[in-house]
Design a protein around this ligand. Structure first.
Ligand SMILES: O=c1[nH]cnc2c1ncn2[C@@H]1O[C@H](CO)[C@@H](O)[C@H]1O
Ligand SMILES: [Zn+2]
Length: 373
């Protein structure tokens, strides 16, 4: 190995400092556990399973480690439970932006389902405004701490419910006000994305963007519907696309028609390795499809999904991948540029982020070995 290739394998510290872009992160899956405890006391939420922040953090991780998406999702009742006031939503959003920035994330799209935050009388509009105000506040605090981050909101509709069109209209109304797109989430099996076709067709007519959770707990039919019936711009997870790829282990790999389409059309895959291990969508980091999908040049991106439930961060996701697949800074840059290219902000802004923030950041890290004492 030459010294140059040796030096492009990032250290944990370099991974944290490297500029990262995040497309798939749930606001209600990333609260600080101490904040949950405080908000529960302030807002009179009495159903927390633990009242000590550290124990609560452990509880979330263990409860989410269930091997089933449905059981994993049950843990969200406690985060959503304390996110029912304007102040709570703004605080959680501001801390989210701060935490991501401190982890070296320069661009993030963070999603949440407005319809889940109406229990204490807030309107859908008030929920969106509280969250976007929090993101702006978090961006300011990050700047004051010497970090840079830009956060866009994605509005999620819950796939078992029937409010998708309403939430899509909301996303469209708040487009110039910090909302960059739309999503559907929740239990996948039994709730195909075509249930919400009216919402997707509306967004297409409005020239708006959307991603769909598909190919996580359910396989190819869900991905096929999301793309070919609903017209999704990106796939939330999409990891089961691996079921349409035959890898005989001898170097000969055969793509089925859906996998070919996904690769040919450069459909972004919002891959979330740690989350997949917890819900049983992948057995281990070693066997996670991201290794093959990266080798085959799918438009793969690395994401956190739910930092609290998975006890993770963008840096930690990359640390796992670097350890497992021996990725270099060039690989990290590749995933990051993929994410930025696939983001929902205007093209000129994406390009500036890639050329003026991401590439210089990696160049700086890659050159460090030259000046080592
Ligand atoms: O990995 C996932 N798959 C499907 N749904 C999810 C996942 N993570 C979170 N949510 C769901 O999205 C809602 C809004 O953020 C959360 O409340 C949770 O129910
Ligand atoms: Zn998700």
């Amino acid at each position: 190995m030459t010294s140059q290739t040796l030096n492009t394998v990032p250290t944990p510290q370099q991974i944290r400092r490297a500029p990262k872009a995040l497309l798939h992160d749930h606001l209600d899956g990333g609260l600080r556990s101490a904040t949950i405890v405080e908000l529960a006391a302030e807002t009179g939420y009495e159903a927390l399973p633990e009242t000590d922040a550290e124990q609560l953090e452990r509880w979330f991780r263990q409860a989410a480690d269930s091997g089933s998406l449905e059981r994993y999702l049950e843990t969200f009742s406690h985060t959503v439970g304390v996110m029912q006031t304007r102040e709570a939503l703004t605080r959680v959003a501001a801390e989210c932006a701060e935490d991501l920035a401190a982890d070296g994330v320069v661009y993030a799209e963070v999603r949440f389902a407005p319809e889940q935050h109406l229990e204490k009388g807030l309107t859908l509009e008030e929920v969106v405004e509280a969250v976007t105000e929090g993101f702006r506040e978090g961006e300011r605090r990050a700047r004051a701490a010497g970090d840079r981050i830009r956060v866009g909101a994605l509005l999620t509709a819950m796939r078992h419910a029937a409010r998708a069109l309403e939430i899509a209209e909301l996303a469209n109304r708040y487009r110039e006000l910090g909302v960059v797109g739309f999503d559907i989430a929740g239990a996948e099996a039994g709730y195909p994305p075509t249930r919400h076709l009216d919402a997707f067709e509306y967004l297409k007519r409005e020239n708006n963007h959307f991603t769909i959770h598909a190919g996580e707990a359910f396989g190819l039919p869900s991905i096929w519907q999301a793309l070919q019936w609903c017209g999704a711009d990106r796939l939330g997870h999409g990891v089961r696309i691996i079921d349409d790829i035959q890898d005989d282990g001898t170097g000969s790999v055969k793509l089925g028609r859906l996998a070919s389409y996904v690769r040919d059309k450069r459909i972004p895959l919002e891959l979330c390795p740690s989350s997949n291990l917890q819900t049983g969508a992948a057995p281990s980091y070693e066997e996670h499809p991201i290794g093959l999908l990266r080798r085959l040049h799918f438009r793969a991106t690395v994401n956190t999904d739910n930092r609290l439930m998975s006890g993770t961060s963008m840096s930690q996701e990359f640390e796992h991948l670097v350890r497992t697949f021996h990725y270099t800074l060039d690989d990290m840059q590749w995933f990051t540029v993929n994410a930025m290219k696939s983001s929902f902000i205007p093209f000129d802004e994406r390009l500036a982020m890639i050329n003026d923030v991401i590439k210089p950041g990696y160049a700086e890290l890659k050159s460090e070995w030259l000046f080592r004492e």
